[in-house]
Each structure stands twice: as C-alpha cells, then as structure tokens.
Design a protein around this ligand. Sequence first.
Ligand SMILES: Cc1cc2nc3c(=O)[nH]c(=O)nc-3n(C[C@H](O)[C@H](O)[C@H](O)COP(=O)(O)O)c2cc1C
Length: 159
Amino acid sequence: MTKSLVIVYSCHHRNTERIAQVIGHVLDAPVKRPDEVTPEEISGYELIGFGSGIYHGRHHESLLSLADRLPGGTSGTAFLFSTAGITGGAKTARDHSLLREELQAKGYVIAGEFSCKGFNTNSFLKYFGGMNKGRPNAEDIQRAEKCARGLVKDYLTEQ
Ligand SMILES: Cc1cc2nc3c(=O)[nH]c(=O)nc-3n(C[C@H](O)[C@H](O)[C@H](O)COP(=O)(O)O)c2cc1C
C-alpha cells in the first residue's frame, strides 16, 4: 500500500493544488480532495499531508471538518501546507494553528509545515489585477519539492 497521502482543497485559483501535485509526486502519494477520503482510510497511511488555500485566516472548512472527524489516539504523522495572499513566520503559524491543533489533539505528530504565496483576486483585489500574480512560481515549486524530499528522508520507512 502507498505509505503517504496528500489531501488538498483548492478552490480559488488552484494555487494549492499545484503545490499538492508537486509534493504528491515526490512522495509517490495519491492526491485527493477532502470529500474523496474517509477518516478510516486516512488512518491507514504513514504520512498524511493536509493543505488548502487560506480563507479568512484558516484552512478550508472541509479540511478542518475532516480533521475533526478523525479518530483520536492515533500515532500518525501529518504535515500541513497552504498558499495564501500574505505569508510569513507568525502569520502562517497563526493561519495553520486551527488545523495543527486539531490534528495534534488526535495524536498526530506534525512533521513539517509549508506555505507560499498564491495569486489572490479575492474581494476588491480583482479590480487591481489581483496580488501575487504568477505565484506559486518556479521558486515556490522548488521549495515545495525540497520540503517533500525532506519528509521522505525523515519520515518514510524503506519500502
Ligand atoms: C474567500 C477568500 C478568503 C481569503 N482569505 C485570506 C486570508 O485570510 N489571508 C490570506 O493571506 N489570504 C487569503 N486569501 C487568499 C488565498 O489564500 C490565496 O489566493 C490562495 O492562494 C488561494 O488558494 P487556492 O487557489 O488553492 O484556493 C483568501 C482568498 C479568498 C478567495
């Protein structure tokens, strides 16, 4: 069985979907939407990635709801990823906090967190051509690949 799974919700410009595909490729993992997986199925994976755009300061509701429905007392390993209009240390940590805390409460160890900027035409921004045009860019993709390679090295056991 495949050891890792990437779950992504990406509705605005599919920015986070691009990151998910890159990570999924490196991990040799299927990439699925939250509505395509069940909590029971998730428990069978060694390493699970949860990602979405950041909407109103948090991951998408469908991911938070999925995390909420996961069985407790697990010893699984998870990682978080996102794209957002504004990223950076404390802001990203805050944006990730709800999902992180939900997963930790279920017993997951958080192996890593990745974030990069994503094209954003939310609200009034659409009248000005949006912000972060062209993001994720090649450098963001490279950073995501590097992050995923680190996860393989540190968290996936030999086949
Ligand atoms: C309804 C909505 C709310 C958003 N809220 C935030 C936010 O709170 N903080 C932020 O940095 N970006 C915010 N953004 C920008 C998105 O996080 C960004 O465009 C992201 O790359 C979208 O990812 P997606 O294309 O995978 O859906 C918001 C975008 C939308 C459409």
